[in-house]
Design a protein around this ligand. Sequence first.
Ligand code: HEC
Length: 140
Amino acid sequence: MKKSFVYSFIMLAIMATLIAACGGGETAAPAVPEGPVVPAEYAGKTNSFAGSSEAIAEGKQVFESTCAACHGDTGLGDGPAAAALTPQPASLVEVNKTAADDYLLWRISDGKEGTAMVSWKTSFSEDQIWQVISYLRTFK
Ligand code: HEC
């Protein structure tokens, strides 16, 4: 009699703990990140050239000689090489609306796996990539 009472008590305690743990888990659930997570190497970086018209001019040159073939002169994703690609290049006008600086730095530096977007960090310095981002920010 006494033993089974102790047993029931222990079972109740275990169940109570489990229920509390589950309930707690629901409220403290970690936020599920939307979209890909920017790697630590780039996360949180911002463009120190932002707003500089010189940087925009430098970035324009790089963009027109290197990126426009795919992304198009105005960034709409309609460059001469675009039609042959799957997936097609993004409209940078659209990307511009939602993408943070660190995301753009990451994508342009490292490329996008499974697409024609290659890594550009060996062709351009980080400053040059920021200048391209400055120019890209003018796309509307
Ligand atoms: C050979 C064609 C090609 C060239 C050249 C190219 N891109 Fe891309 N780019 C793509 C494709 C394809 C994608 C992947 C699909 C997408 O997200 O647009 C992409 C993706 C991107 C993205 C990420 C979009 C997103 O939503 O994740 C950015 C930003 C970008 N390119 C900028 C550039 C810049 C800046 C240059 C020049 C330094 C460049 N690209 C050169 C084809 C190209």
